[in-house]
Design a protein around this ligand. Structure first.
Ligand code: ADP
Length: 467
């Protein structure tokens, strides 16, 4: 034969952006007759093989007189497990009579080619998916790290190499302890269980929010994946906002004191009638509400920027008694019973900032009284849990709607229910409690059912780490 060609059907190629060759030729006339490829591909799909000792008769192919044409041609379909992969064909410049053994020989070759095409097809599908995933990972600006259950790094994209200095090319197969310096990132990666997040500051001062979770394949854990997001910009905005709020509230304090002073002095300089006295009371109460808000904002600002904790040896009992003492009047005015339960074997002391911890518990108990209708009950319980002490403030008040629950400790967040809105408030009390807990290395959480009541928890370590 002067030419042998193999043509793959475009339908069997995976959809991809990769350039894949589909036509192959051999022999001196391999390119000369290439224009017949598409016709042959269509023809043999339907009829398995084409044996044309004289290409012009019968007139199966549509022959263009302006193009070179072979004299004889034999084409066989590449087929495997009912899938049509393409065609293999040979051409002669001179007329050629195809014998049965010619046909058998080419059919055998085509069978082998079909097997090779089927294998390549399977492999390509997998390979294309892999390359696409790789291209996506390589171009994501967010660092991605994957480790196996033995804590060995199995994937790190270029962004991870830039940010965390881990390079799979250099470190593939090594344990992360050898490759990663940031302690927080190491802890997050090697922690077990569900999704966890942490803010991590890298060299150069950029802050990333890292989220790690287990990779589960067919019900079995096969490692952990960690994605990092640059949140530096949001951190900067947040601190600008806090700074702004702190400056404004600070500047509001003196005029408020002045207003309160003059409003109370009004009745000293002359007799006021009842209506005037009523107005003065309204002014004073308005100014007091505003002062409370300003003080809350200032406190929050101070706690957030981390003015050093004044650590002391504090007893839980002392804190609770003081809080209860300060709020007893408020509770009895609403006919709310306030009771205290202390676990018997509490540690003698906890290490904490007395004033801050007092304020945290105070805010929780004040809320419990505030959001519990007349005749309700508020219980404060203190117990230990591992190396922590937990203050629990439970009420049988209005409760919190499930949609509000995740936002409770955000700044300025107030419950959406009508009976919660009926109370005055700024939405800062719980944000302060959270900041206080976090400053001590502790945490806060809430359990609640709408209409039944709520339980707020403030947990703080019994002792603080030595610095
Ligand atoms: P404020 O009480 O000034 O609105 P907080 O931050 O103290 O601000 O509380 C935020 C919101 O949480 C409140 O507006 C209220 O909806 C809800 N909340 C707080 N404590 C309780 C509670 N014990 N029971 C029901 N809702 C509560």
């Amino acid at each position: 034969a002067s030419a042998a060609r193999l043509v793959l059907s475009p339908a069997v190629l995976p959809k991809t952006f990769l350039e894949l060759p589909t036509r192959f030729g051999l022999g001196p006339a391999r390119d000369k007759y290439a224009h017949l490829d598409d016709q042959i591909l269509r023809q043999v799909q339907g009829q398995e093989r084409l044996v044309l000792s004289n290409i012009a008769r019968p007139r199966i192919l549509d022959l263009d007189a302006n193009l070179p044409q072979p004299a004889s041609l034999l084409a066989v379909a590449l087929r495997r497990e009912n899938r049509y992969y393409g065609a293999m064909w040979i051409a002669y410049d001179q007329p050629h009579v195809f014998t049965e053994s010619d046909v058998r020989f080419v059919t055998t070759l085509a069978g082998q080619a079909a097997l090779a095409a089927a294998n390549a097809h399977l492999f390509l599908n997998v390979e294309v998916a892999r390359r696409q995933l790789e291209a996506i990972l390589n171009s994501t600006p967010d660092p991605v790290l994957v480790i196996d259950p033995q804590n060995r790094l199995i994937l790190a994209n270029p962004a991870a190499a830039r940010v965390a200095g881990v390079n799979i090319a250099r470190g593939g197969g090594q344990t992360i302890e050898k490759l990663i310096q940031q302690k927080a990132l190491l802890e997050l990666l090697s922690a077990s269980g569900e999704k966890q997040s942490a803010e991590i500051v890298f060299d150069g001062g950029r802050t990333y929010l890292a989220t790690a979770s287990s990779v589960v394949a067919e019900g079995r854990p096969v490692g952990r994946v960690c994605i990092l997001r640059d949140v530096t910009h949001f951190k900067e905005l947040d601190s600008l906002k806090s700074e702004f709020v702190a400056t404004v509230s600070h500047d509001l304090r003196s005029p408020l004191t002045l207003m309160r002073g003059y409003a109370t002095m009004l009745e000293m300089v002359g007799e006021l009638n009842d209506q005037q006295q009523g107005y003065v009371r309204k002014i004073v109460s308005g100014v007091e509400n505003m002062s409370r808000l300003v003080n809350n904002l200032l406190d929050l600002g101070r706690i957030e920027i981390g003015v050093g904790l004044q650590l002391d040896k504090v007893t839980a009992q002392d804190i609770i008694e003081r809080v209860a003492g300060a709020l007893q009047l408020q509770a009895s005015q609403k006919n709310v019973s306030l009771s205290v339960e202390l676990q018997r074997d509490l540690p003698a002391f906890i290490e904490a900032d007395q004033a801050l911890l007092h304020q945290g518990v105070y805010n929780l108990v004040e809320n419990a009284i505030k959001y519990t209708p007349n005749g309700g009950q508020v219980t404060v319980r203190v117990q230990t849990a591992a190396d922590n002490i937990v203050f629990e403030v439970r009420d049988n008040g209005i409760g919190i709607a499930p949609s509000d629950l995740p936002h409770m400790f955000e700044k300025f967040y107030r419950g959406k229910q009508r009976d919660a809105r009926a109370q005055h408030g700024s939405g800062l009390g719980l944000a302060i409690v959270r900041s206080i807990a976090e400053r001590h290395g502790g945490k806060v959480w809430v359990e609640s059912e709408l209409g039944k009541g709520s339980a707020f928890f403030l947990q703080t370590p019994i002792s603080q780490p030595r610095t």
